[in-house]
Design a protein around this ligand. Structure first.
Ligand SMILES: *Cc1c(COP(=O)(O)O)cnc(C)c1O
Length: 414
């Protein structure tokens, strides 16, 4: 289902509300999320797993707004976190720490102690040194740590190098052979209980083959471990399912889940998956206002009030994000523009060479902005961060206020 589509009058809608009316009421830059789409995306993952024992651990970093987390928790989601701050968010939003898996290569002692005391489901351990550290903290806190080893299966996810994580040149996880040894070592470490195995090979994958290759390698390892008497209760397949930004054709959530279940059925494992982008990307848009049109020597600029500090994906990954007029108009010519923001960096653009019929004052809609949008935003150029709004049918409410000047220097001293 598409939730941000034009009605018969050419107005872009967010569920049952016009995007322009939201922009005039709340101002721009404005993130708008569709509650219906979040519910539907979660249900697609959850229902595709059917009766198979499973837990959908939403990857918090994709969109960490408390209202998004609280909605996920109410639907029965667990959470994949990568920092103590994300755990604090999950708890604040009413999420259940016993449904939290904790990934990330640099967990500090205090983060480990915090997660142990919260009672998380599993640490996804990314190195030998981390395993030693978790053991040490677990002993001193007198709490058993439940662990999985994040295996780096060395498969090419076929995605952008910056969002590929399962190659041996990446910093993430432990290669298969060393994972085997690490499990043997972990079995004898105090304060450690082995519960699972984990992998996450990259993001925005548009084919099932890399997932399947990775799973084949992991399943082989699970069987070897079992032969050693090391029991693996759950397999965490990570996230990474791609979405449509432009003309990608990613597998559906159902065929993704079917492919995974097909690889692990009969192994008496519980399935954990960690979808981030696929859950939220197309559940959100980012609305900008065109401030100026500027003719360049070789290219025309559509200068908007949204910048790389609000949405960094185009600058950081050369990501192509769809940009459309909030209202269709036929009284201005169709021109090609580079859509750029106010930040003083040449890399500050939202889209290049886009056909738009636009005049100063018009609103533009960036699609697919629900994932890695607000959560990657910053205050660079002392720009207050955007407002976030949740729409449900014809209702809408602020889920994060637009920042003020005071917010910019909170914590600073004169
Ligand atoms: C980022 C991340 C995810 C989510 O990835 P998506 O591509 O957004 O689904 C899941 N697991 C781990 C360990 C991650 O780092």
């Amino acid at each position: 289902m598409e939730y941000f589509v034009r009605n018969e009058n050419g107005s872009m809608m967010a569920e049952d509300v016009s995007v322009s009316s939201l922009a005039s009421q709340y101002g721009t830059p404005l993130y708008v999320y569709s509650e219906r789409s979040l519910r539907e995306h979660f249900a697609e993952f959850d229902e595709s797993a059917g009766d198979f024992p499973h837990l959908i651990c939403y990857a918090v970093k994709a969109n960490s707004n408390l209202s998004v987390l609280s909605l996920m928790a109410s639907l029965g989601a667990g959470f994949d976190i990568v920092s103590g701050g994300e755990l604090a968010r999950v708890i604040r939003a009413g999420g259940d720490p016993s449904r939290v898996v904790y990934s990330g290569v640099a967990k500090t002692e205090s983060e480990i102690a915090y997660a142990l005391n919260a009672g998380i489901l599993s640490f996804n351990v990314e190195s030998e040194a981390e395993m030693e550290r978790i053991s040490k903290v677990a002993v001193s806190e007198n709490i058993t740590a439940r662990v999985s080893v994040r295996v780096n299966p060395d498969v090419d996810a076929g995605t952008h190098p910056y969002i590929s994580t399962g190659l041996k040149t990446n910093k993430f996880g432990v290669p298969v052979e060393r994972a085997f040894t690490l499990y043997q070592r972990a079995r004898d470490l105090p304060g450690i209980k082995i519960v699972g195995i984990d992998c996450h090979i990259g993001s925005q994958l548009t084919s099932l083959a890399p997932f399947e290759d990775a799973l084949d390698r992991i399943v082989k390892l699970i069987i070897r471990l079992r032969n050693e008497g090391i029991v693996i209760e759950h397999i965490d397949v990570g996230g990474g399912l791609g979405v449509v930004y432009n003309e990608e054709v990613p597998p559906s959530r159902k065929s993704y889940m079917d492919a995974i279940l097909n690889k692990i059925k009969g192994l008496n494992l519980k399935l954990i998956c960690e979808p981030g982008r696929s859950m939220v990307a197309n559940a959100g848009i980012l609305i900008s206002r065109c401030e100026y049109l500027k003719e360049g020597e070789t290219v025309n600029f559509c200068i908007v009030d949204t910048a790389m500090n609000d949405m960094i994906r185009p600058s950081l990954y050369q990501a192509w994000m769809k940009i459309e007029e909030a209202e269709l108009r036929d009284n201005v010519p169709d021109e090609v523009y580079n859509v750029v923001g106010p930040v003083c960096e040449t890399g500050d653009f939202l889209g290049k060479e886009r056909h738009l019929r636009v005049a100063a004052g018009d609103y533009l809609v960036m699609q697919g902005a629900g994932a890695y949008g607000f959560s990657m935003s910053s205050n660079y150029n002392s720009r207050p961060r955007a407002c976030e709004v949740m729409v449900s049918g014809s209702k809408h409410r602020i889920i994060r206020k637009r920042e003020t000047a005071e917010d910019l220097w909170r914590g600073e001293e004169l």
